[in-house]
Design a protein around this ligand. Structure first.
Ligand code: NAD
Ligand code: ZN
Length: 365
């Protein structure tokens, strides 16, 4: 079948929208007509080749759409179902079986291999095959074959256009907080970075009952917006030492902290801003080989814990419906982070995300 897809062809270069051929879904796949897809910082860093993902490729990994066809082995879906698509995983390794599919030992191959496990690619044009199955979905295409076990059915009445980011960016920030840090009601948390991931972490901390929520960034407009959405305090770390500020606000250190920047000095600030036996998590991505200073001499006595968190350590089939319910009740207003763009404007969406003017762009097909 023919479809239109946005193709990453070279680093720091605009995606190209082209007509391509999409093959039939395999036994374990759904063909999904995309309704919308979020744009995540991870799409940009793969376009720019921070990780060696082969080009050309159809990126996009926050897809939401409608099931149009199903492979013969697929169970639990019907034509017309509304789905949000999360990452792919193998379902058979010890991490998948232990309930942590985001740490699937085959996670890199399944999500960044940009081909099926048998080596085939879903998309092609006159110039040859084009990488598919990015995060099991390659959602920057009007029609795409997705790995069925990564798809999550959502109720009929939901606003499908805004739900795609629940499959990655929003799940990452909120999952790191709700699944890993697990702040108790009345506790304190410091979030470094007020992008979509950090803001999702903030909204989740608020939903969980944290009462001191400190947002740290270097962009004043983002900090103002964080305050509007529920931050109790903001710190501009260009002007104020965030470690001192957090210690003063919390009376000694935050119980929990989240680094969504992946910037080495910020990671260090996060570890130093924790209270005794506090728990910090890193979700921000850094180039392969990046190292961050960790003050092991000073921090030993503090008993702090630091976790590296992928995709909020979520089980998407279990977690995404909970986020949908929280949102429906007004307790998780992540829609306030979203700005919609027509498919033709996908490169403007990337640019607005990069310069910080849009928190979470969503492409509407
Ligand atoms: P974003 O670029 O919108 O947000 C990052 C924020 O950090 C920005 O507001 C920026 O101003 C701020 N920042 C940058 N340098 C800073 C500094 N020195 N001090 C304080 N703040 C600083 O990105 P996002 O969409 O929110 O994503 C955040 C990160 O999470 C990205 O690195 C992305 O690749 C990563 N990510 C990780 C996972 C995962 O599974 N771990 C999943 C999705 C995204
Ligand atoms: Zn992502």
């Amino acid at each position: 079948m023919k479809t239109r897809a946005a193709i990453a062809i070279a680093p720091e270069t605009d995606l190209e929208i082209r007509e391509v051929e999409v093959d039939e879904p395999r036994a374990d796949e759904l063909r999904v007509r995309m309704v919308a897809s979020g744009v995540c910082h991870t799409d940009a860093i793969i376009r720019d080749q921070w990780y060696p993902v082969p080009l050309p490729v159809v990126l996009g990994h926050e897809g939401a759409g409608i099931v149009e066809a199903m492979g013969s082995d697929v169970q639990g879906f019907a034509e017309g179902d509304k789905v949000v698509i999360g990452p792919a995983f193998c379902g058979r390794c010890e991490q998948c079986l232990a309930g942590h599919p985001m740490y699937c030992v085959n996670f890199y191959d399944r999500n960044f291999g940009v081909q099926r496990p048998d080596g085939s690619k879903s998309f092609s044009d006159a110039q040859g095959p084009i990488g598919s199955h990015f995060f099991g979905q390659s959602s920057f295409a009007e029609l795409t074959n997705v790995v069925a076990h990564g798809a999550v059915k959502v109720p009929d009445g939901v606003p499908l256009e805004i739900l795609g980011p629940l499959g990655c960016g929003i799940m990452t920030g909120s999952g790191a907080v709700l699944n890993v840090l697990q702040p108790q009601p009345g506790s304190s948390i410091a979030v470094f970075g007020t992008g979509a991931v950090g803001m999702a972490g903030m909204l989740a901390a608020k939903a969980a009952g944290a009462t001191t929520i400190i947002m740290v960034d270097i962009v004043p407009e983002r900090l103002d917006f964080a305050k509007e959405l529920g931050a109790t305090h903001t710190v501009n770390s260009k002007e104020t030492d965030p470690v001192e500020a957090i210690k003063e606000i919390t009376g000694g250190g935050a119980n929990f902290a989240l680094d969504t920047t992946g910037v080495p000095p910020v990671f260090s600030q996060m570890t130093q801003s924790l209270a005794t036996r506090g728990h910090g998590a890193l979700v921000g991505a850094a180039k392969l080989g990046t190292e961050a200073p960790f003050a092991i001499g000073n921090l030993l006595l503090t008993g702090i814990k630091v976790s590296m968190v992928i995709e909020g350590d979520a089980v998407p089939k279990e977690f995404i419906p909970r986020l949908v319910s929280l949102h429906a009740r007004g307790l998780f207003p992540f829609d306030k982070l979203i700005k919609k763009y027509p498919f033709e404007d996908i490169n403007r969406a990337f640019a607005d995300s990069a310069d910080g003017s849009t928190l979470k762009p969503v492409i509407v097909f």
